[in-house]
Write a protein that binds this ligand. Structure first.
Ligand SMILES: Nc1ncnc2c1ncn2[C@@H]1O[C@H](COP(=O)(O)OP(=O)(O)OP(=O)(O)O)[C@@H](O)[C@H]1O
Ligand SMILES: [Mg+2]
Length: 255
């Protein structure tokens, strides 16, 4: 068996006449942090949409964990172990941190999850999952606090936890640090780095300090194509990357 958990081959995505992804080939190795970077509009989020099944592709193929998932919708890929972080708005502000995680652990159908006839065995199994996620997020002490009362940084960690509660094999994080202050940034960085021991992480991130520190592999995208791929030290020194993207970012600016 290949050590790639995900293999995308010649993936093309068109929105009408506009080509957002053009023949993207990507291998994500198991147990790594694989970052996708590139200027605004490069196609990073579109790539996540097609890899997680949120959007169908126009051409190409996607294999996840040995299965051809090219034509599978997102809920099928979730069952295979694909998870992506939710946006802040998908947290239930009035429910506690623990209840949010329990809903995520019980599955995507939150209405069904709220029913009280959930079998006790299932509920117990979920308690273990939720406790381990709470520990990983360092939110144990806040488990009974409502999600809406958390700080922005804590909410962003909880979003990562919502994805983890589904016990995925690979987790896709689209700009998990956006809008964060410096203290929260470091917490998120440690959290993501720690995920690598148990999951595969695919990360879109504009903060170059974080990308360079925690990535095993970096794919640089430009205008819907893969420009270059390599280890952080290779990417940092690549002239093509510097010229399109990194030059102003490595010195502290945002794209
Ligand atoms: N639903 C859509 N219909 C048409 N064009 C779209 C749609 N979604 C995205 N695009 C276009 O596809 C291109 C890639 O967008 P995408 O959101 O994937 O970029 P990105 O790399 O994630 O950018 P950012 O760093 O700003 O998040 C952009 O030119 C965008 O305008
Ligand atoms: Mg994006």
């Amino acid at each position: 068996m290949s050590d790639a958990i995900l293999q995308a081959r010649g993936v093309t995505k068109r929105y009408g006449k506009f080509t957002a992804l053009s023949g993207v080939t990507l291998n994500i190795a198991r147990g790594t942090v694989h970052s996708v970077i590139g200027p605004n509009g490069a196609g990073k989020t579109t790539l996540f949409h097609v890899l997680t099944g949120t959007l169908p592709i126009t051409e190409g193929s996607i294999v996840f964990d040995g299965h051809d998932v090219t034509k599978e919708p997102d809920h099928k890929r979730v069952k295979r172990g694909v998870a992506r972080s939710f946006q802040v708005t998908s947290l239930f502000a009035n429910l506690s941190v623990r209840e949010n995680l329990r809903l995520a652990a019980q599955g995507v159908d939150s209405v069904r999850a709220l029913n009280t006839w959930t079998p006790p065995q299932g509920a117990l199994a979920h308690t273990e999952t939720v406790d381990s996620v709470l520990e990983r997020l360092a939110l144990q002490r806040l488990s009974e606090v409502s999600a809406g009362a958390l700080s922005h940084g804590q909410q962003r960690r909880l979003e990562v936890g919502m994805a983890l509660a589904a016990r995925p094999k690979a987790i896709f994080l689209d700009e998990p640090t956006s809008g964060m202050g410096i203290d929260d940034l470091d917490d998120m960085k440690q959290l993501i780095r720690g995920l690598r021991d148990d999951y595969t992480v695919v990360l879109i991130e504009h903060n170059m300090g974080i990308v360079m520190d925690i990535s095993d592999t970096i794919t640089v995208m430009q205008q819907g194509r893969v420009l270059v791929e390599g280890r952080p030290d290779e990417i940092r020194g690549d002239e093509r990357v510097r010229s399109v993207y990194l030059g102003n970012m490595i010195t502290g600016g945002r794209a």
